[in-house]
Design a binder for this molecule. Structure first.
Ligand code: UDP
Ligand code: LCN
Length: 797
């Protein structure tokens, strides 16, 4: 969305400090074509206007405001074009001529073309360069307008449905038609053809409600089923008289005058989702011994927990609907013949803690050749004895497959990204050519665009995943308008104001991660192993370093040894900070000790760095480094044992999309310090439910941790206060129960919403088909996969 208003004042602002501005712009342009980030601009302004007072004067007011909101500037002398981000999702683009300081407001497309001049001038000027514009299909579909509403899609879709179905009585006809389509195994649900108009439904509801109200509340549905059938009602309203009456009343109120709250409530009660397919294609998907293997991390934990919680919630809903249906969830992944000792070579596996949920592994290649998504969809339909009701994709690969299969089968589709790759590497779009042989971004970003546009709804873990923060653009927001010079220009990749975006944050399994104070539940059988793991003086394949003073509290961190996780950073902060070293010990879980054992470039580098830091800061005696751990029950107890020392958890990542370890630690009652870059900044309220730390400012962060432990020494109640603060936050916002409720409600409501915007959806789908066939398939075919390169469109987590 571009609004020119805020930059209208730029010419005046430049005029006010013309002398200095001319010098600054001369400096910006004298180095020739380049892309500058805010920090570069600020540095060059500082060097140009050396006098501090003078500089502050220039930067005060409008110009300062504009520059502070600038994300980047493209320099193509004599012009400098600024991409200005006023608020999450709200951008303006302006072009300034360096000599005259004349200002022109330009469109986002012109900005992209201008930026391309830096990388590929011929392509930028070629009027036949490929432009991708998904936005054209959204004309006529309602959108949000406020940054603050982003991520609350379901709430707004309920409002939009309200206005579509309200007004004249016949406006509600699409809802009646939709109810008439509901059935399970050939058996009609909710209503039958006797009630096929709004008027008939309204009348029948009045009669039926009077009838069921007269019965004792707990009268089972079967006792009055026959009577309701005579009036045109089928099963699905409730399991007893009271629940049936409530559902009928909600619908009656909607028919009389729709309102969003009733709309949402009604869709949450509708019997529509029983068979769910979750695609998670990359990495190793298994229930044991997979974490830490290439491309395998928190996402697996997320999906397994999600499935367990979803099955439980579906069973509850089915009971409340008065139905006798078995839910089924299939997590579809790839079968890996050489499974390194885990079960990734097994076709089917029951998911632990469930009765009706399985992992289905489909081989990518058989003697018949490479299998396509269709082979998976045939298997799914065979196992489910029909089409699924909802398909959920995960990550680039899973989301792409989910989009293809959902479109083929005509099923409602949700996508989950956890972390989109585009924002992980600065300017990965304009530099795609240089990075493609290593990361295949051309393929990956194309797949991401296809999936996010095809999806009926998108589940994110935090607001920042969609639209970032005041200072930083969101992951989806970075797909709004971008260019890969030489490949295509996405003038409208996605719209973060689309009501398909929803925040549903995950939780942690509370039977595994619970507070250390819940003594009777503790997994005592692991305690001697944990004692050995943390405190023995021995160094072996599992642990190195030791803790000389075991009376000190422990600061603990656990992560894959990726550069972005910044575990080496934390080790260095600790090494440097004497005060912190005097107060606490450091325990790290992650990676291996022998870099040659790792298959991952980044991990190898981190391992070497860890060894170097242990040497440099003489950390033995104060640091224990334990290799990656795979037993979540033992890990749960480990967090609690750290809490027993009145320690803390530290998550120092340079950027973290969500951060499951943060909520595992908080569930265990550990005061938690987590990065202010990404999801954890939203999970934790600084100083109330934990603390934010700045991964780019190690001294400040390590001092903040040291201050906490000093305060705890002075007042032991402070540790308990923070521990409780964290637990309160978790129970209010981050549980799987809250998550599954939201996701199942989305599946139901968006299933109807997509019928209401059918025409736009169909047009967009045809465009997606073309993009997939002409662009994606070509890119995928050209991939050369070597040992050194990562799998096609994969990501790590
Ligand atoms: N984990 C683990 N062993 C390790 C490191 C991590 O079991 O050695 C688990 C951790 O408990 C969490 C998940 O892996 O459940 C990591 O998820 P997170 O969201 O923190 O990061 P990701 O790896 O997905 O980037
Ligand atoms: C991927 C990530 O990068 C983490 O931040 C998340 O916590 C994890 O997936 C689960 O959503």
């Amino acid at each position: 969305m571009a609004s020119a208003a805020a930059v209208d004042t730029m010419p005046d602002a430049l005029r006010q400090s013309r002398y200095h501005m001319k010098r600054c712009f001369t400096r910006f342009t004298e180095k020739g074509r380049r892309l500058m980030k805010l920090q570069h601009l600020q540095e060059e302004i500082e060097q140009t206007i050396e006098d501090k007072a003078e500089r502050s004067k220039v930067m005060e007011g409008t110009l300062g405001d504009i520059l502070n909101s600038t994300q980047e500037a493209a320099v193509v002398p004599p012009y400098v074009a600024f991409a200005v981000r006023h608020n999450p999702g709200i951008w303006d683009y302006v072009k300034v001529e360096a000599d005259s300081l004349s200002v022109e407001i330009i469109t986002s497309t012109d900005y992209l073309k201008f930026k391309e001049m830096i990388y590929d001038e011929n392509w930028a000027n070629d009027e036949n360069s490929l432009e991708i514009d998904f936005g054209v299909f959204d004309i006529g579909t309602p959108k949000l307008t406020l940054s603050s509403s982003i991520g609350n899609g379901l709430g707004y879709v309920s409002k939009f449905m309200t206005s579509v179905l309200g007004g004249k009585p016949e406006s509600a006809k699409p809802l009646v038609d939709y109810l008439l389509t509901l059935e399970r195994n050939g058996e009609k649900l909710m209503i039958n053809e006797t009630i096929d108009t709004v008027m008939k439904l309204q009348e029948a509801l009045v009669i039926a409600e009077v009838f069921v109200s007269a019965m004792p509340k707990d009268t089972p549905y079967q006792n009055f089923e026959q009577k309701l059938k005579e009036w045109g009602f089928e099963k699905g309203w409730g399991d007893n008289a009271e629940r049936t009456r409530q559902t009928m009343r909600i619908l009656s109120e909607i028919m009389q005058a729709p309102d969003p709250a009733n709309m949402e409530a009604f869709f949450s009660r509708l019997p529509v989702i029983y068979n769910v397919v979750v695609f998670s294609v990359h990495g190793y998907f298994g229930q044991a011994d997979v974490l830490g293997l290439p491309d395998t991390g928190g996402q697996v934990v997320y999906i397994l927990d999600q499935v367990r919680a979803m099955e439980e919630e579906m069973l509850l809903r089915i009971k409340q609907q008065g139905l006798n249906v078995k839910p089924q969830i299939l997590v579809v992944t790839r079968l890996i013949p050489d499974a390194k000792g885990n079960k990734c070579n097994q076709e089917m596996e029951l998911i632990e803690g469930t009765t009706h949920s399985h992992i289905l592994r489909v081989p990518f290649i058989t003697e018949k050749g490479v299998l396509g998504p269709w082979d998976a969809s045939e298997k799914i339909v065979e196992l489910m004895e029909g089409k699924p009701d909802l398909i959920i994709g995960n990550y680039t690969d899973g989301n792409l497959v989910a989009s293809l299969v959902a479109s083929k089968l005509g099923v409602t589709q949700g996508t989950i990204a956890h972390a989109l790759e585009k924002t992980k590497y600065e300017d990965s779009d304009v530099n795609w050519r240089d990075l493609d042989s290593k990361y295949h971004f051309s393929c990956q970003f194309t797949a991401d665009l296809i999936a996010m546009n095809a999806a009926d709804f998108i589940i994110t873990s935090t607001y920042q995943e969609i639209a970032g923060s005041k200072k930083r653009a969101g992951q989806y927001e970075s797909h709004v308008s971008f260019t890969m010079p030489g490949l295509y220009r996405a003038v409208s990749g996605i719209d973060v104001f689309d009501p398909k975006f929803n925040i549903a944050s995950p939780g942690a399994d509370q039977s595994v991660y619970f507070p250390s104070s819940e003594k009777q539940k503790r997994f005592t059988k692991f305690q001697s192993a944990i004692e050995e793991l943390v405190y023995s003086k021995v160094e072996n394949d599992e642990h190195i370093g030791y803790l000389a003073d075991r009376k000190k509290p422990i600061i603990f961190s656990m992560a894959r040894l990726d550069i972005v996780k910044n575990i080496a950073g934390l080790t260095e902060w600790y090494g440097k900070n004497k005060r912190l070293r005097n107060l606490v010990n450091l325990v790290i879980v992650g990676g291996f000790f022998d870099p040659s054992k790792s298959k991952d470039r980044e991990e190898m580098a981190e391992i070497k760095k860890m060894h170097a830091l242990i040497q440099k800061y003489q950390l033995k005696g104060q640091l224990r480094w334990i290799v990656a751990q795979t037993d979540r029950y033992r890990n749960g107890e480990l967090y609690r044992c750290i809490a027993d020392t009145k320690g803390a958890f530290v998550q120092p990542a340079l950027y973290e999309a969500f951060g499951l370890t943060v909520i595992e630690a908080m569930n265990s009652g550990l005061p938690t310090f987590a990065t202010n870059q990404g999801g954890p900044a939203e999970i934790i309220v600084d100083g109330v439910s934990g603390f934010h730390i700045d991964p780019n400012n190690g001294d400040e962060s390590s001092n903040k941790i040291a201050d906490f432990f000093e305060k705890c020494k002075a007042d032991s109640r402070y540790w308990n206060k923070m521990s409780h603060g964290g637990l309160r936050r978790i129970n209010e916002c981050y549980t799987w129960k809250i998550y599954t409720n939201k996701v199942l409600n989305m599946g139901s409501a968006y299933g109807f919403w997509k019928q209401l915007i059918k025409d736009q959806k169909q047009a967009k789908q045809r465009y997606i088909d073309i993009f997939y066939n002409l662009q994606f398939r070509k890119l995928a075919k050209n991939l050369s996969i070597s040992e050194e390169t990562k799998p096609a469109t994969s990501s790590k987590t």
